[in-house]
Structures are given as C-alpha cells and as structure tokens.
Design a protein around this ligand. Structure first.
Ligand SMILES: NC(=O)c1ccc[n+]([C@@H]2O[C@H](COP(=O)([O-])OP(=O)(O)OC[C@H]3O[C@@H](n4cnc5c(N)ncnc54)[C@H](O)[C@@H]3O)[C@@H](O)[C@H]2O)c1
Length: 320
C-alpha cells in the first residue's frame, strides 16, 4: 500500500485529494493547522484505518510526526488561498510558502519521494500577455496588498527549483509544480470570500451580488473534479517544471453573476464596489503543456460545475 502525505488536508482541495487517494487504496496522512480549513471536510474519513489526521502547523518541522516507514508522495496544499484570508494571515502566508515548503522538501528528500506543490496563477500577477503560458514571467507587485500571496508562491517555486538543482551534486528533488487557476466546487468554505462562493451565497439569500469594479475583469473557472484529475496525472508523471492547470473558458465577473442568478432562480440585483488593488484584469490559462505532457484537459462546463456546487451549498452547508 502506498502512502501520501497531504498538507492542507482539511481545506477545499486537500480534502478532495484525501478522498481520492483513500478511494484508490492509498494510506493518507493529512496534516492541517485548521487556520482556514475545516475538519468537517474529512469527517467521513476519520474512522477509516488508512487515514490519519495530524493537527500541525507545517512551518514547524513534521518529519518526526509521520508514522509511516515509507512515504511515496507529498502533496503540499497548505496555504491560505482566498484574498480575505491571505490578507488576514499575511505573515502566516509568507511563512507557509517558505518554511512550510522547506519542511515539505525535507520530508520528500528523507523518503526519496515525489513532491507535488500547489502554486497558483497569481505568480503571473496582472498579466500583460494572454492567455498565460508557463514561460511568462509575470507582472507582479512585490509591495502591495496581494504580495504576501503572489510573492510567497513565487518564492516557493524558487525554493523548489533550488532543491531540483543542488550545487553540490547531491540527488535532485523530484517535484512537480501546479499553477492552479480559479477552482470551485463542494468543500469550499461558504465564508471564504472567493467570488463563486460569495455570489452563490448572496444569490440564495436574495441579497445583491457584490461585483468589484465594473465586472469586465475575466477569470476562468475550473471545476474541482477536473483539477483533481490534473493533480493526479502530474503526481504520476515525472514532470519537474511548472504546469498550468485550469479551465481556459473565460468569463467576465459580470457574466458569472448572471449565470449564478439564473441557476439559483434568484431575483437578487447586482451592486458595484471599488476594485481592489492589483486585481488582475484578465486571467486565462494556456493549457497546451498540460495537454501535451499529461494528456489533461477539463471536461466539466461552468454550468454543470456550478449546478453541483449550488446543490452542495444548499444541502450540505445549509445555506438559505
Ligand atoms: N482553490 C483555488 O482556486 C486555488 C487556486 C490557486 C492555488 N491554490 C492553492 O491550492 C492550495 C489549497 O487551496 P484551497 O483552495 O484548498 O485553500 P483552503 O484554504 O481551503 O485550504 C488550505 C488549507 O491549508 C491549511 N493551512 C494553512 N496554513 C497552514 C499551515 N501553516 N500548516 C498546516 N496547514 C495549513 C488550512 O487550514 C486549509 O485547510 C493552496 O496552496 C492554494 O494557494 C488554490
């Protein structure tokens, strides 16, 4: 039986990964400090003999906390991910992207395992080319209200590159990096402030949907099942350089609001707030590399994914 360590296992993406690997007969060690995640996302796994949950902050070493003799894979998904949360936890976001990643690298090395690290499309900042290929270096503000996240994630990628190219000739780290574009689906925290959860909540409550700016800024939204498929393919591969994973179908925030209003049957209106600093104008992945190297592309339409997400929010999160 293979063993995977998942950091951020109580979060949105980490909990989906934990379910995937348990379902596929792996032993799963989930680590989380519950700063933004919720144990309810893995509640159903807690009685499974192949699932272990450790409450721990990965900025502190954790190699000694792992009971498994052999670890095959480390999926590093621990990090605040929504703008309100990484702004609230600015220092923690920088630390988990630096010390946290170093600790993940140490565990990976000790077990000669593979590391899969969750990076982000935010490494491209407010991009000046469109769509964004992995070769684009980004347009990022190092000193602003999003820089703890954007620069933290860029620093983490640089740490991994350094471990993959040791100057002393020692064994290079085996690691894959996912640059994840906006992903949504069940297990997102209803109050995490991300646009999909916020619009669904507001629409169901018949409150005005709050759009930042005029809503012409675009995003591409990937349903979580498609993303998990991409992560698994990257984990199985030997690919060492960053890969974009996201859905290239691009929608403006205005369009997203209208789709959610229609799917929820809400009679809410929309209202506009000032645009936040460094909010990207356009965001869309070039997924040629994922398609070529991993034979991956998304299959779930925005409408289908939103229907599943709305059903989850109304049933499991009791949002009315
Ligand atoms: N969901 C997206 O659209 C998206 C997009 C780009 C990148 N990502 C990346 O994917 C990863 C997971 O994102 P998510 O959407 O699941 O967010 P999330 O907030 O739901 O999950 C993150 C988890 O990490 C945990 N955590 C945070 N700091 C920790 C620490 N120091 N030690 C241990 N646990 C810690 C949190 O408690 C939480 O359970 C993050 O690295 C994020 O940057 C997500």
């Amino acid at each position: 039986m293979k063993t995977v360590v998942i950091t951020g296992a109580a979060g949105f993406l980490g909990s989906h990964l934990a379910h995937h690997y348990i379902h596929n007969k792996w032993r799963v060690i989930g680590i989380d400090n519950l700063s933004t995640g919720r144990k309810k996302n893995v509640d159903d796994l807690l009685c499974n003999p192949h699932f272990v949950f450790i409450t721990h902050d990965i900025t502190k070493p954790f190699v000694k906390k792992l009971s498994a003799k052999r670890i095959d894979l480390i999926c590093n998904f621990a990090c605040p991910a929504s703008p309100p949360q990484y702004k609230r936890l600015g220092r923690e976001t920088l630390l988990v992207s630096s010390r946290g990643v170093i600790n993940c690298i140490d565990v990976t090395r000790q077990h000669s395992a593979r590391l899969v690290h969750a990076s982000t499309s935010e490494v491209y900042g407010d991009p000046s080319i469109h769509p964004q290929p992995e070769t684009y270096f980004g347009n990022v503000n190092s000193y602003g209200e999003r820089s703890m996240y954007d620069e933290g994630k860029r620093f983490a990628e640089a740490l991994i590159w350094t471990a993959q190219h040791p100057p002393d000739g020692s064994k290079p780290l085996n690691a894959g990096i996912l640059r994840i574009f906006n992903t949504y689906g069940p297990h997102m925290a209803p109050d995490d402030g991300r646009v999909v959860t916020q619009f669904i909540k507001q629409a169901i409550a018949e409150k005005p949907l709050t759009i930042e700016g005029d809503g012409s800024q675009t995003r591409s939204f990937c349903y979580v099942d498609d993303l998990i498929d991409g992560i698994i393919r990257l984990a199985k591969s030997n690919e060492q350089s960053p890969i974009n994973i996201g859905n290239p179908d691009e929608y403006s925030i205005k369009e997203l609001a209208q789709i959610i209003l229609k799917l929820t049957g809400s009679s809410s209106t929309v209202t506009h707030l000032p645009r936040t600093e460094d909010d990207p104008t356009q965001r869309c992945p070039d997924i040629t590399k994922a398609h070529t190297l991993l034979n991956w592309k998304p299959t779930i339409s925005l409408k289908e994914g939103l229907q599943k997400t709305i059903a989850y929010f109304t049933k499991s999160e009791n949002i009315k």
